[in-house]
Design a protein around this ligand. Sequence first.
Ligand SMILES: Cc1cc2nc3c(=O)[nH]c(=O)nc-3n(C[C@H](O)[C@H](O)[C@H](O)COP(=O)(O)OP(=O)(O)OC[C@H]3O[C@@H](n4cnc5c(N)ncnc54)[C@H](O)[C@@H]3O)c2cc1C
Length: 413
Amino acid sequence: MAYDILIIGGGASGLIAACALARKGRRVVLLEKQNRVGRKLLSTGNGRCNLTNVNASAADYHGSRQAARQALKAWPPEKVLAFFEAIGIPCDADEAGRAYPMSRQAASVLDALRLGCDERGVETRTDFRVVGLEKGKEGFVATGEDGRRVEARCALVCTGGLAAPKLGASGEGYRLLEGFGHRLSPRFPAIAALKTPPEAVRGLKGIRAEGQIALVADGAVVRLEAGELLFGEAGVSGIAAMQLARQANEALREGKRCEARLGFLPGGDAVGRLRARRESLPMRTMEDFLNGIVPRRLGQRLAKVAGLDMALPAGELTAAQVGRLAEALAGWTLPVTGTMDFDQAQVTAGGAVLKDFDIRTMQSLRCSGLFAAGEVLDVDGDCGGFNLQWAWSSALMAAEAMDARLGTGEEGR
Ligand SMILES: Cc1cc2nc3c(=O)[nH]c(=O)nc-3n(C[C@H](O)[C@H](O)[C@H](O)COP(=O)(O)OP(=O)(O)OC[C@H]3O[C@@H](n4cnc5c(N)ncnc54)[C@H](O)[C@@H]3O)c2cc1C
């Protein structure tokens, strides 16, 4: 047989597995349906590739936390970073632990992985959309949509999830795994903008503000995030808001009523601070009163939410009106009706169930010699380098296990 391993999907997990296996001298063929590998990787971290987070722990993950914990144990961020250093990508981390290549270019990460594959003889076949995967006597046979067939002793499915279909995401990998009896958990967008009724944010499109955002489901705060918030035509994005998408989708699927509570005055005592502002700016009408704390248009909206007339001068604000304005500024509550769909999401929640895999090796418990890694599996992380960390670590675990399996001649048993 020409190949030891066939890898389906040339994204983050497929590329690093190919690279690692080729470095161990394995004969690898990488099948990618797009006309080039790693397209999504180029878009990560706004083109800078936030490739891991040095503070990663299982708590940063959802779906199978146990699998995430296992992957972090086997391939913690520092070991992943050492791997990248070894293929020519030294990295450093910011104060939040987010690690980037020193070049701050996702393209250099992709180049290093590609070169790492090419230099060690990985055969990369692009424009190869795998539509079938079967296990025969000797190993696996992958079939392309045009009927081409590729055989290898082990197979690794790295087809990613459903997020960002323009960058290659599709459901085919799930079908391939289902063919071997693998179960799928429900899939929905994670890391995506929150949707609100358009009238709730009308006129605010494009406005950015630093603030806090809490997701409230049936009256209980589920998660609180702080950072930049960006208003859209029918919702709120920015990392802080997008971090809440998974829990929002989960709560909505359970039939809970969801709201986002936005606060723009860190440090508390909104009433006291607005009272002081009323004293120092008595002539300022509500049109401009909050300008400077928040962008002017947002300030006007918050004054309206508090039921105040735009022409009202601050000096005439009653105690009750100050109270209402403080409430709007520190806890403006918007209904959340959903999240943006997969087109605009960064990550997929749900996927192939980890109970069907040995989470120490990522080998299928349904079919010996079949492995999977990355977003196709039911693990997703928060924003901040955690998803790529999962892609790398699960793929590197699978690569080590495949190498061990081939080395001991165990395959086919
Ligand atoms: C805009 C954006 C920014 C992001 N930024 C970050 C970030 O900074 N840090 C972070 O940690 N995470 C980030 N993510 C998430 C991260 O990119 C993914 O979690 C990660 O790429 C998943 O790796 P993967 O290998 O599982 O899947 P992918 O990288 O999606 O690769 C899957 C590959 O399989 C191919 N494929 C699919 N089906 C087939 C088939 N049937 N036959 C052949 N090939 C197939 C696809 O074309 C694709 O190339 C971002 C995601 C997006 C969309």
